[in-house]
Write a protein that binds this ligand. Sequence first.
Ligand code: MRU
Length: 352
Amino acid sequence: MRPDTVLWRSAEGVAYTAPDPALNPLVPGFVDIIDQTLLPGEFKRILLSDPQTVYEAIKRLAVRGAPAIGCAAALGLAACAQRFSVPGREEFLACLYQTAAYLESSRPTAVNLSWALRRCCAKTSECAGGGSELLGVLLNEALAILAEDIAMCDAIGRNGLTLLKDGMGVLTHCNAGALATGGCGTALAPVYAAQKAGLRLHVYSDETRPLLQGARLTAWELSQSGVDVTTICDSMAAQVMREGRVDIVIVGADRVAANGDAANKIGTYQLAIAAKYHRIPFYIAIPFSTIDRSIPDGSAIPIEQRDESEITTFNGRRISPQNIKVYNPAFDVTPASLITGYITEKGVVSAI
Ligand code: MRU
């Protein structure tokens, strides 16, 4: 099951996940996402077409996961641009860059966001035409990013499958599945490939405090697909490893530095340390669009700091005393020395 986390919705209501000559770029469409803040209780799709709602959807994690953010931002930019009311090419491009910069500022850590927006802007500015030509190039590029993402997930799945055997226990953290990409996921892609190949895996899904992407999203999408999944608290991971239940750890990443250090959801680093101690292989599943070679090592990766209310409240209820200090980094960096390998669309490699 692939829930179409991000797609393009035409004004007539037709869904697109790849460039299509039938699309008229002069008729404004929408980026269509699942509102993941409501899952698993409610499955609701929302249509976005203006800069503020696209920005807010990314900021409040209605769409989240590095590749999905990149796809949503690219399609969101195209939807916004279709509604610009500017007279000429230069004004259009100025407006495009300004909107892209605004969307890029919604979340700092996932490099796919700036990568996708910059790619759309660069491709559009190469077009010498005006009006419909610019809009056509922009929409095609955004849809190409989505189509590539879908294919990239399938390739990661095929490559990661080579690491899996029937009966294995797989531990994952956060959600790097279909809900985090345009396709079937990064870390979960090999799990889906294994399921298709008839392997029976046992997946342990860390709950992933504070926003519970593991407990809410990974558990939801795996169980919807009939994969055997067990939710554990983040603090249980080392014990579950010691009990011999975990043969491999596979997680995604939001940005990988040139030396292989990988930023991923807070809690990933301690998993890598525990995996090393228990001699369990620890893999990062990523598309090449998540590698940022402009950053030499993990210390330069920008780490998003999120609102303290994510920690001080639970189920809408305050759980902390008033006036306490809170520290809420959304990501941590796992050093390359703790990473066994990288599962990419081009193969499994021990260094990037
Ligand atoms: O804050 P989130 O939910 O966007 O964090 C997502 C993650 O940390 C994922 O593991 C990462 O983006 C890889 S998604 C394929």
